[in-house]
Design a protein around this ligand. Sequence first.
Ligand SMILES: [Fe+2]
Length: 422
Amino acid sequence: MPPATSSPVLRRSRDEAPTPTIRPAASSDARAQWREAFHAVRAETERRAAPLSVEDQVVQSMPDASPTKWHRAHTTWFFEQFLLLPYLAGYRVFDERFAFLFNSYYVAAGPRHARPRRGLLTRPDCAEIAAFRAHVDEAVERLIVGADDEKLSEVVRILEIGQQHEQQHQELLLTDILHAFAQNPVAPTYDAAWRAPSARSASREFVDLPAGLHSIGHAGDGYCFDNEGPAHQVYLQPARIGRGLVSNGHWLEFMAERGYATPSLWLSDGWAAVEEEGWSAPSYWRQHDGAWHTLTLAGLQPVDPDAPVTHVSYYEADAFARWAGKHLPTEAEWEVAARQDLIDDAFGVVWQWTRSAYLPYPGYRAADGALGEYNGKFMVNQMVLRGSSHATPSGHARASYRNFFYPPARWQFSGLRLLDYV
Ligand SMILES: [Fe+2]
């Protein structure tokens, strides 16, 4: 059953973004607020897992996707490894074997189970994972309550990384289970109350982007990941950016004009993917009774021409832009447009591919230690997506947020907007 809420699981404000909601204000009851924030994040993971059966939670449909049960355990291991072991005196590890099973990619934290084999872990079972979560929750609460003021500042620094990390996995939990459901001929439903995100505008209008020097990257208060800085200046050429997201209707025009069958529109690697994977429409689209349908979190639904296209790869976004005679924006162009409120649906609908490679900003250096592996070591061969999707937890994204995936990836809620040069 879906969670008992009055609204679909994923509803959030389209405009929401720059204000992190999981960082309490500094005050005398900061400990209580941090406890509350921590529990809110942990509860949201469980809320998203709640509609899923034990069988659902074990399956891994591809190496890039992880089982729900694994997400629940890995996010818990993260707190145990990086917060409780270093900072809570006398902490008792829940199960010594779990570090091997639930470490994702932190080489400095020790050896780990192979990623493509996560779906083979029928044990520990879901009940044991629930007990693991409860064990860690209790210990984190004890740590927050018992830390003196000096220690608390360091504790909350790691705590906040853990919370933001868990929020990232909350989105992955949904994209991964949707991919698993897409392999199932009966097209399962995650949440019957879910509704496709409605864009504020399906406008094909372009708006002026101010040329010249601008600052991008995170500055000031509020949480950010290390890859969002340092803030720095960029120079923008005169350009116009699409006010709205590219819609399914526009994508259907691309398909009707043989976009998927015209090699000249595609990057070489993209065309190879078209041929190898047999792409002829966005991921999860299928013909049913002569009409296009798409598998959503609410099951198989007719494709709405006014809704933003989603589940397209960078290669497809790039080919579409070429077909349209336009470009994808760079991440700098996107960020300036978002900061100046020039575009609709920057946040909360679909992530938007940019044509920027995921690279370190000028002066960026990853931190020492295992947590330095969080972002920096992935800065090659991937492309940046900006904004956020309807599956992004409330308050998680912001104008400087940099998401990144490999160019063929299609299982995220990834769409696009266009840009043209003047
Ligand atoms: Fe992770």
